[in-house]
Design a protein around this ligand. Structure first.
Ligand code: SAH
Length: 378
């Protein structure tokens, strides 16, 4: 007799681990978020104050405006080619793209008429994106980056906000002098971390001189995507903004589960809580360089937004606002930029074709040329 299909992610997990042993943390994350029957992103719209978490574009329209202005500037510097297309990775509710398109409607209409490709796996969020942007606005939705890249040949101008943090991350743990795979198994019938086999090939993204018990994270899918995008930009030209929480190196044990705007235990509600991890921008930078492209940054979101003129734009907007709206606007700006809120933890990086010089917003960052004029090498 065959068992009935599992009714929940927890049931799927328990059955799979009982039958085949512990699974990778990346497999755990992929199942919880992406399972086509019960995965977190598949069935719901998790964004906004009524959902589980809020993202920058949902906090203020000025975030999308600034990203739109920035990409318009990059497009102009790259020669405003008429075979360019626009791409977004993990567009959520479509709010960021909608706000970028508002700016382009006034200042760069050719980006509004360029083909628009969205990489999105969630049917529920594709539906919301269609409502927000209008079905006719979107050239095509794609399940993965490969498919989106196959859809054109010209330069690509794009954005990924809080996309890379949702890609499955694997963990390793340093025990008895060696890195081991860190897995999810069952202890007393409950999901728990267990230590697996020793890691055969030490990855350069694992920290040197680890202390006993140290945990490190690897996100091969993020590196793979940056490799594909880097190769595409190197041959086709363009610019892709990457915004996410993370650091310029291995984040250690950064996996977090969130439900209803609160942190919850990673194993408490599989499939019903969002799981994400910090992005290792250094690993993405190496992937970009190996692909023949370059990743500029990261710089903190607060500094980036201020450098590209957010406060000036906010002052303009505040002048025409009623007192209450003005207070809300200033609170939103503070939330996006203050180091105590999203300003420091969130980082911005820019994927570009090979070239020299420092694009706006990234001036005076460690490891970058300071005062060279920005030139697009693509
Ligand atoms: N960029 C949006 C949403 C961030 S949430 C915002 O800033 O508000 C993460 C987004 O990535 C969601 O749209 C989710 O459905 C999508 N996503 C998660 N994993 C994905 C994957 N493997 N491939 C494509 N999209 C994915």
């Amino acid at each position: 007799m065959t068992e009935p299909a599992p009714a929940t992610i927890a049931e799927t997990l328990h059955r799979r681990i009982r039958e085949n042993g512990p699974i990778g943390v990346d497999d755990y994350m992929a199942l919880c978020l992406g399972d086509t029957a019960h995965g977190y992103y598949h069935s719901r719209d998790p964004l906004g104050w009524r959902g589980d978490f809020t993202t920058a574009p949902e906090i203020s329209g000025l975030f999308g405006e600034m990203c739109g202005l920035y990409l318009a500037h990059m497009y102009e510097l790259a020669g405003m080619r008429d075979d360019a297309s626009v791409i977004e990775f993990g567009p959520g509710r479509g709010t960021l793209m909608r706000d970028m398109r508002h700016v382009w409607a006034r200042l760069m209409p050719s980006l509004n008429t360029a083909p628009l490709h969205l990489v999105e796996t969630s049917p529920a969020l594709r539906h919301v994106q269609r409502e927000t942007l209008g079905a006719a606005t979107v050239t095509e939705w794609h399940d993965d980056v490969e498919a989106a890249l196959a859809a054109g040949n010209g330069p690509l101008f794009g954005v990924a906000n809080e996309f890379f943090d949702a890609l499955p991350a694997a963990q390793v743990i340093h025990e008895s002098g060696t890195w081991h795979h860190r897995l999810v198994g069952l202890r007393d019938g409950e999901l728990a971390f267990v230590t697996g086999d020793a890691v055969a090939d030490v990855d350069p993204a694992m920290p040197d001189d680890p202390a006993d018990g140290m945990v490190a994270e690897l996100c091969p899918q993020a590196r793979h995507i940056v490799t594909l995008l880097g190769q595409a930009l190197a041959s086709r030209g363009g610019a892709i903004l990457i915004v996410d929480y993370g650091r310029d190196g291995n984040p250690g044990d950064s996996l977090q589960a969130v439900a209803d705007h609160r942190p919850v235990d990673l194993f408490a509600a599989p499939g019903d809580s969002d799981i994400s991890h910090w992005v290792d921008f250094a690993a993405l930078g190496h992937a970009a360089a190996r692909a023949g492209a370059r990743l500029v940054g990261p710089v903190s979101q607060g500094r980036f937004l201020m450098r590209i003129g957010l406060s000036t734009r906010a002052e303009q907007a505040a002048q025409h606002a009623a007192p209450e709206a003005r207070r809300a606007l200033l609170a939103a700006i503070d939330r996006l930029t203050s180091p105590a809120q999203m300003g420091e933890v969130f980082k911005v990086a820019l994927l570009l074709p090979p070239g020299a010089g420092t694009p706006p917003g990234f001036e005076n960052e460690a490891g970058l040329g300071n005062d060279e004029a920005w030139t697009d090498g693509g």
